[in-house]
Structures are given as structure tokens and as C-alpha cells.
Design a protein around this ligand. Structure first.
Ligand code: AMP
Length: 295
């Protein structure tokens, strides 16, 4: 496995790769969720190119940039064991050298939900992903459904800026009790970790109601609210029932595919989770077909 730390090293190594390249962008501290993206890319592409970069542009001043968990040697060993051919590990100075001043803003779809909770976050995400798309020239890029609004933002940017690549969305990988895997789960104390199971339980209850015929968005939201309220260590930040295609919040019952998403503060981390409704859409094919789809 080759490791590129500079743009020159990356370009030289990239030139030697032919066929379909699958890009897997990450912030490192890898877990099975990241590895599921790598495995899907490996199955579908000739070469997998992973990136590890904790992107300062997507963290606000109040957020955990300095303390974000990192373990590069372990990450590299995990990627090598998965058959990744090339890893790009740039520094912040390489990506944003002195004088840097170009940013990508995706408008409507960046608003609401994570966009309201984390102003500037999606501008940082869109900017770094645009830079990676330009540098790497992949045919496909793999993202997790876990960050569903991020997928919709990247889809929109890819379409609007004419990047010639396909966005693939992979399902959420979970712990045994249903908690979505996340690098930030290491911040949870043992009691908080137990309490965190309410997050997947909450959307599962709403999904059950949907399965039984409930279509009213506000009823689905209140099922989530009531379940989270039962756990004293959890505070609901938002629950959203939106169109899976546009991410516009829904008020009226409909048979359109929906994204039910929530963010819950449990101790230090904000835990994100979501499901697509109907539940059959929570697959690589279903999520890639509906989430942030540009008609
Ligand atoms: P991050 O390192 O958190 O920026 O995540 C890198 C990529 O892995 C993003 O596309 C995430 O959506 C994806 N990802 C993170 N956690 C999971 C998970 N539990 N299951 C599937 N994909 C995930």
C-alpha cells in the first residue's frame, strides 16, 4: 500500500493506476463503518484510494478539532489489511496553505438539521470534498448514509459543478445494541454508552409505526421525541422527517421516500442517526438511488 503525503506524491501514484478508481474520504480513527465503504469500493472498483484528513474547515471554533481522536498507524494497518492501494494523508497546511481563500457553498440542502446545528460545517465539507475530487479524479466516491445530509450536499455539489463521478451511499454499520458506529463514540462514559441505545430505538419505533401505516410526519417525529425524553442522559437536538430526495422538511402525509433523522446529545458527543422510509431503502442500492437524488 502506498502512502502519499504531498500533492506531488499523490499525482505520481494516481497516474500509475488505471481502470475504475473508488475514493473513500475519511477523517480517520477508523471503525467498521469506514471499512464497509472500503469493502464496497473494493468489490466495485479496480483500485481503492482512501484519504485520512481531519478537515479544520468543517469544525467551528467551539468544536473538537484539537481533541478529535486520531491513530494514523492503526488506520494505515487497517486499510492495508483491506487491500487499499493508495492512501492520501495530507496535512492541514497542505490543503489550506497561507493565503487560501476558495470555498464551496451548497445553498438550500446545507440548511436546517446539521446545517443549523453546525454553521459553516457543510461549507467546509463541500470544499474539502471538491478538492479531493479534483486531486484524485476517481470514477466513484463512497459515503455513509450515517451522514445523510452530507451525502445530499455532496450529490448536489457534484451535479452543480459537473464532477464526472458517481456517488455511492453505503448503509449505516451499527454496534450490537443498534448504536451507529462513530469515531466520536469513544467520548461516551459507560453509563452514557448504555443510554445511547435510545437513539436507534427511537427511530425504530417510528419506523414500526410507518410500517403499520402511519404517514403523518408530525406523528413520526413525536414518537421519536417521546422515546428520547424517557432517557435522562439524552437530550434531543432535532428530529426531522424530510423528503429523501430534496431533504425538505415534510408537513403532509405522503408515499414519497422519507429520511427520518435525529441528533441527540449524550454527554459530550452529539449522536446522529437516521433511517430511510420505507425500511427496504436502507441498502447500498436503495440509499444510493434516493438520498439526495438529482432528477
Ligand atoms: P468520518 O471519518 O466520520 O468523516 O466518516 C467518513 C465516512 O464514513 C463518511 O462517508 C461517513 O458517513 C462514513 N461513516 C461513518 N460512520 C459510519 C457508519 N457507522 N456506517 C457507515 N458509514 C459510516
Amino acid at each position: 500500500m502506498q502512502i502519499a503525503e504531498t500533492i506531488q506524491e499523490l499525482r505520481q501514484a494516481r497516474q500509475k493506476l488505471s481502470g475504475r478508481i473508488g475514493l473513500v474520504p475519511t477523517m480517520g480513527y477508523l471503525h467498521e463503518g469506514h471499512l464497509s465503504l472500503v469493502r464496497t469500493a473494493r468489490a466495485e472498483c479496480d483500485h481503492v484510494l482512501a484519504t485520512i484528513f481531519v478537515n479544520p474547515a468543517q469544525f467551528s471554533a467551539q468544536e473538537d478539532l484539537a481533541s478529535y481522536p486520531r491513530d494514523l498507524p492503526r488506520d494505515l494497518a487497517m486499510l492495508e489489511a483491506e487491500g487499499v492501494g493508495l492512501v492520501f494523508t495530507p496535512s492541514a497546511e497542505l490543503m489550506y496553505p497561507p493565503g487560501y481563500q476558495t470555498y464551496v457553498t451548497v445553498e438550500q440542502v446545507s440548511q436546517g438539521k446539521e446545517g443549523s446545528a453546525r454553521p459553516g460545517h457543510f461549507r467546509g465539507v463541500a470544499t474539502v470534498v471538491a478538492k479531493l475530487f479534483n486531486l484524485i479524479q476517481a470514477q466513484r466516491a463512497y459515503f455513509g448514509q450515517k451522514d445523510a445530509q452530507q451525502v445530499a450536499v455532496i450529490r448536489r455539489m457534484t451535479h452543480d459543478l459537473n464532477f464526472p463521478l458517481e456517488i455511492v451511499v453505503c448503509p449505516i454499520v451499527r454496534e450490537a445494541d443498534g448504536l451507529a458506529m462513530s469515531s466520536r463514540n469513544v467520548y461516551l462514559s459507560p453509563a452514557e454508552r448504555r443510554a445511547a441505545a435510545v437513539v436507534p430505538q427511537a427511530w425504530q419505533r417510528a419506523a414500526q409505526a410507518y410500517g403499520a401505516g402511519e404517514r403523518h410526519p408530525e406523528v413520526l417525529r413525536s414518537i421519536v421525541r417521546e422515546h428520547i425524553a424517557q432517557e435522562p442522559l439524552a437530550r434531543l437536538d432535532y428530529v426531522s422527517v424530510a423528503s429523501a430526495r430534496t431533504l425538505a422538511e415534510q408537513d403532509a402525509p405522503s408515499e414519497e421516500p422519507l429520511l427520518l433523522s435525529l441528533a441527540v446529545q449524550v454527554g459530550r458527543p452529539r449522536l446522529l442517526d437516521n433511517c430511510l422510509l420505507p425500511m427496504a431503502l436502507n441498502t447500498r442500492e436503495g440509499a444510493s438511488a434516493v438520498l439526495g437524488r438529482i432528477e
